[in-house]
Write a protein that binds this ligand. Structure first.
Ligand code: AMP
Ligand code: MG
Length: 407
């Protein structure tokens, strides 16, 4: 076990875990948000044949060099029609967006520049050869990899799978993530408060949502009181049935913090305990075979940041994602930032906005930085990284910003 490791070392330990979940086949209706475990290739050229990009008239380009001019309308080719009408000089064929373009058509005049009357069409503007024709393979070529293995499937990727004729996709099995919340002071949101020492369990629900955001299947085990036997019983059940187990609270140095003792009794190999980060110092990470365990702190903001920093990459990695981290961007600090101690990497909760004038993200630290102040994280949020050893930053400095906002 390594104790009080640097942020970088903790990340290295988490991301060097080699376990990969099995893959399964799911229909496109189920594919959104899943991690793709095969390449999606084009089954044919797209478009497969030359098609019209506009509603208009297919003509010979030499016929529309000097305009206005009148051409005889030889026929109509609706989109999806296999009937091909070839044209001679002096003729036009009416086409629609997606209509197959006959070989004899050299250019397409959009309908806005025409007027059809009594079998003739008047062309009011000249168009060069090849205008408004989508050539075969313009979108993609047969055999081309369109979506790479390891991609988290978003809406366009699912649409692409459909367009190449794949009703099913090979994706990672969803990791089962157990959530156990510890604390004798906690109440579920539907329970009534009977004493001022009771507080509501926020973390169970923050974690449940974060797990979903990371593509996992949350399994909620509820609240366990600060009692060693009970904690042992629930954690042992949870660990048997889940790929990753998350606990909140009970992992600090207090007399009632049983999680770290219990974890050892469960046969979990603790890989690190405590990280040089703020917030979220008392994070514990361990494993038992192919199962992983995170003991997260109790403070709601610490839970949120430590999930994003350490749990999220592990969940993405075991699903086979190519990009396992939350996105990072550079931003410009709009005010000075100072802190008393620089012994940890700090993840300062920030709001940010994009300045199109400067082409940059403008970053302002939130006023309320307490670990218990979850309300400060409502709406737009990001974590500004203040490296260990850095005591102050100035207005105008370039900073790293971790975008933790999923929804
Ligand atoms: P602990 O690490 O168990 O000492 O908890 C640290 C602080 O976080 C205490 O003030 C707890 O009351 C608070 N806390 C612990 N668990 C939760 C939870 N599930 N929801 C909201 N606050 C919590
Ligand atoms: Mg506690």
């Amino acid at each position: 076990m390594e104790v009080y490791v640097s942020y970088e070392r903790a990340l290295e330990i988490v991301t060097s875990q080699q376990f990969l979940l099995p893959a399964e086949r799911v229909s496109l209706f189920e594919a959104y948000g899943r991690v793709l475990r095969e390449d999606i290739r084009a089954d044919r050229d797209d478009p497969p044949v030359p098609v019209s990009a506009m509603d208009g008239y297919g003509v010979k380009s030499s016929d529309v060099e000097s305009v206005p001019t009148k051409l005889r309308v030889k026929g109509v080719i609706p989109a999806g029609s296999e009937e091909i009408i070839e044209i001679e000089r002096g003729e036009a064929v009416k086409l629609f967006t997606g209509s197959v373009v006959p070989e004899s058509v050299e250019t397409i005049v959009p309908v806005e520049w025409t007027e059809e009357r009594n079998g003739y069409v008047e062309i009011k503007r000249s168009f060069p050869e090849g205008a408004n024709v989508r050539l075969p393979g313009e979108n993609y070529r047969k055999g081309q990899v369109l979506v790479k293995e390891g991609t988290v499937l978003g809406a366009p990727e699912v649409g692409i799978a459909a367009s190449v004729g794949k009703p099913y996709l090979k994706v990672s099995v969803k990791p089962k993530i157990g959530i156990v919340v510890t604390g004798s002071e906690l109440l579920e949101p539907w329970e009534s408060v009977e004493s001022p020492v009771q507080i509501r369990n926020a973390n169970g629900y923050t974690l449940y949502s974060l797990v979903k955001e990371a593509g996992g299947e949350p399994v909620y085990f509820g609240i366990v009181r600060d009692n060693k036997e009970k904690t042992l019983k629930v954690l042992s059940e949870a660990l048997e049935t889940c790929d990753v187990l998350l606990t909140s609270g009970g992992v600090s140095m207090g007399d009632y913090d049983f999680v770290k003792d219990v974890v050892k009794e469960l046969g979990v190999e603790v890989l690190f305990y405590k990280v040089q980060v703020k917030p979220g110092k008392p994070v514990l990470f361990g494993k038992k075979g192919n199962r992983f365990f995170f003991g997260l702190p109790g403070f709601p903001v610490s839970v949120f940041t430590s999930f994003n920093l350490f749990v999220y990459p592990l969940l993405m990695k075991i699903q086979g994602a190519a990009e396992i981290f939350r996105p990072r961007v550079k931003g410009i600090l709009v005010e000075d930032f100072k802190r008393r101690k620089a012994d940890r990497t700090e993840f300062v909760r920030c709001s940010f906005s994009y300045s199109s004038e400067e082409g940059k993200f403008l970053v302002s630290p939130l006023r309320r930085q307490g670990s218990g102040v979850l309300s400060a994280l409502v709406e737009r949020r990001a974590l500004m990284v203040v490296p260990k050893g850095v005591k102050s930053l100035n207005r105008g400095d370039s900073v790293d910003l971790i975008l933790v906002k999923g929804l």
